[in-house]
Structures are given as structure tokens and as C-alpha cells.
Design a binder for this molecule. Sequence first.
Ligand code: G4P
Length: 548
Amino acid sequence: LSLENPPVGEAVRASTDHPTSNSTSFSELERRTFAIISHPDAGKTTLTESLLQAAGAVHEAGEVKARGDRRRARSDWMKIEQQRGISVTSSVMTFQRSNILFNLLDTPGHQDFSEDTYRTLTAVDCAIMVIDAAKGIEPQTRKLFEVCRLRNVPIITFINKVDREGLSPFTLLDEIAEVLQLDVSPQNWPTGIGGLFHGLYDLRRAQLLVADRSDGVVPGRWFDTSGIDDPAIAEVIPAPAVESLREDGGLAVASYPAFDLAAFQQGDLTPVIFGSALKAFGVEQLLDILADDGPPPQAQPARPAPVTPDEPRLTGFVFKVQANMDPNHRDRVAFVRICSGKLQRGMKVLNTRQGKPMALHNPITFFARDRELAHGAVAGDIVGIPNHGILRVGDTLTERGDVTFTGLPDFAPEILRRVRLGDPMKVKQMRRGLSDLAEEGVIRLFKPLIGSQWIVGVIGELQLDVLQTRLEQEYGVSLDFEPSPYEVARWVRSDDPALLKRLTETLRSNMADDQDEVPVLLARNAWEFGRFQQDWPGIIFSAVRERN
Ligand code: G4P
């Protein structure tokens, strides 16, 4: 422990490790495009603020909101937000640290949870999974993780709230490994949790961050050590904390795999950081891992071949469309992930689904500094394209005529409802509205083979509100929802067409077509669905369907 050297303060550590280069032009900055996945209340919002602060983007805690308000007053995309009532501000947050531009994509949780939350994860190269140390893996975290796994998105795990009483670090690590079938590699170790928390030991750099407990629990100083057994550690933290660090930290290093960059980037191993988003412990280290080891923009699956970020012509795909809820303005904003090339204001691109060109007159970028608008967006960036309903989820926009992005998933709904029409004379309008909105990706639509009452499916309740409002405003149809007899919907397919036909005939009252006429099985509950799976081993029941 080098006490004779001036102890390295957190800020000093950040600036020595990351010399800022002013000479790098905006489009040459490296990109890290990521999302934070978590269960409500695990600390996503707090961590977002803390990350912005650690990157130097915010100077005081709690300033995120205030700063947002100030910026709102002058930026041009905010005008769009105000005039058109489309909330775009929270969709992407962009910040810079040294030579890296971070694009943080919002994954709406709580009551906003929807299919968009899932689909946003197809537009990122990396995800931070936040876990509450007292609760372990919770249902929404797990669902979001499964979506990341579809594309092998690398995951960095942040175990939050170690300043409070929680489960043992070993219990948490083992749970992640077992439940998510993922190798876990702790990158730091807490010297006890809750009342026993005295700091974090950075296993990568053999440095100890000591908590200053004289003033609540706040990050104090960093100390260099010769290793976890360095006797001088006892000079800066109390004996029980030293003991716990030595024994448990030592056991952790011996028991879990070392960090392996390739395994991480393939999505097989997750580096784990213990910390406190609220008290800014572990956040700097999290940002370091994202910067140093997080993947840059990756090749994206496409026909005729995957598109790599070094392709010079612009390519991108729409992963989310937000509609205005104001009846006077029927505008939409399509959120596009740029996969290659450089977007310039006014440029012409082709929408390959329609085979039609469109000019990008007013792309909305999310970069904080105005001068950067002119420089355009590059691979890894997200832009919003205002349009009048031309762009749909899954669309490819490109300067190349011959490319279509593939693999953008649709997700089986978790809430199924029957629709009840207010005015029976409006069946036609209702059907047209439901079909349009299903095509747009707002809802899933199921037409049972028996009976005429359509069933709508959504991931989150809010989608039902959106459906109701938009049908009323855009199609003049008022409708209500009633419970559906089904709870589970799965797309079905089989290599054996005769078997599929037999399934359809045998379970006719459970079968429906979705809006693209793809067969779907509806089950009354999870138990019944389990039985169908058992009875029909040659059938593939799928909760995810790829577009294109
Ligand atoms: P979310 O976006 O994932 O839903 O979670 P959010 O950040 O809002 O955090 C949920 C609650 O957990 C908040 O408390 C927040 O202060 C607390 N929290 C987040 N990180 C930490 C941490 O590292 N340590 C401790 N001790 N608490 C943490 P709240 O009381 O619900 O809200 P508030 O009134 O404090 O805003």
C-alpha cells in the first residue's frame, strides 16, 4: 500500500487514465451504444445519473432534469417534441468521455413497459444489467436478459445498493450464473455489504476505494495495493472488513472465471461490478469496462450479407416508431439505428420495403452540442426521422439499393384482450384500424380460426391505452377491452407440414392467424401450454418471430 505517495483521488484517477483529446473530430469518436436493463426500482434512473456524472456530463447529482429543461428551450428537436407532442427526449442520451461517445438508449420500464422496450435491445451493442443486491434477479430483468441473449448482446452486470443490507455476494453471483446460464467474473469486491460496507476493492487494478463513513457513506480515497493480502490494507479499513475482503475476495478470485474479453463480447461471460449507484461506488469502474472492453458498433444481420460498420454508404434500420397522441398532428418519429456510413441532413435514402426514395430533411440527433448536428451521425448512433406514417418498425433505410436488415424480432404478447366495439356499424373501420396498427407494431392481432372476435395482444398495459386513443382519433372507432379466454400466444411452425396441419385440425379452437397470416396457438394458461408442448414434440412453439 503506497501511503507515502499521495493517495489517488477518484477524479485524478479518471483524468490520468483518460487523457482528453480535443483534436478528434466528432464522427471519428469511438461509439459505445448501450442500454440499461433492470427490474423497476433496481436503480436504473439513479445509475444513469451517476454514469453521466462520472463521465463529466453532469456536475451535480440531480442536475439531469434541470439540464434537460434548459437544453429543451433551445434545441430544434425539442420544438418537434413540443409542437407534435412526441416524446423523444428520453429515448436516447448521449455523452462523451475522452475519445468515446456513449449512446444510452432508454428501455422504458414501469407502466411504459412495452414491446418497444424489448425491441430497443436490438439496436444496442452492449447492455448493463442492474441488479438490486437485496433482491437478486427479478422477473423483468430476466425477460430483458433473454431478449439480449437472442443476439448474444454482451452484458456487464452492476450489483447495486451494496451500501444497504443485501444478499451475500456469492449468493448473487451464483444466482446469475445458474438462472441466466452465464459465466460470472467479479471485477471488484465489496468489503462487506450494508453496515459492514467500507469500500470496494478493484480486482483489475489492485486498488482499494475506501468509503468515507464520517460523512454518511461517500467515496473517499483510492489506494494502490500489492494485492488483496497487502497488510497495509488494515491501516485504512477496520479489521472485520479486512478479514472479509481477504477471505471472501480471495475465494471469489479462486472460484470464478477470470475476465475473458472474447467470452464477454460473445455474450458468454459477464463481468460483475458491485457498487452503489446512489453513492457513486463502482460507477467509474463500470464506465471504464464499457469504454475499454465494451464492443464498438457491430456488424448487423442483413440480406444479402451482414453489414459491417466500415461500409461507406449509409445504412440503418427502424427499431421503434412513436406516434403523436395529439389529434391535430398525425406525425410519427421513427428511431433509426445507423449501421454504416454517415448521415447528412437532406440526403436521399431508399426505404427498401417500399423501394421508394425519401429525403432526410429533419433528422433529429441527440448530441448535446449544437455544432455537432452538422457533422452527421455514424454507425452506432441513433437518429429520429419525423414522417407521416411512411416508416415502420423493421424498415431499412439505405444509400445502397440492395440491402435489407433482417432478424428484427416481434415478441409474443403477455396480455391478451378481446375487443368490444362501441358502435356495431363500425366493424369495417375497426378492422382496418386494428390491421394498420398491428402492421405498425403497436399491437399484435390474432384472428381465431373459429368465431369472429379478434384478439389483440400487447406486452404492457400502456399499449392498450395507445391503441384505444389512436383508434378513436384516427379511425373514429371507440372500443373497449374484455378479458380473453387465453393467456399465452405462441407462433407455431414445423419442418413437417402434415404435422402442422394435424395440429391445426386437432386444436382448431385454440388456433388463430396473426396479422401476417402466420399460425399462432392460443392457450388458456401456462399449464395448458405446457401440455401442448408435451403432446406435440414435432412442433416449434416460439415466443419470438423475426421480421424480414
Ligand atoms: P429505477 O429507475 O430502476 O426504477 O430505480 P431508481 O433509480 O428510481 O431507484 C429506486 C430507488 O432505489 C430510489 O429510492 C433510489 O434512491 C434507490 N437507490 C438507487 N440506487 C441506490 C443505491 O445504490 N443505494 C441505495 N441505498 N438506494 C439506491 P426511492 O426512495 O424509491 O426514491 P427516491 O425518493 O430516493 O428518489
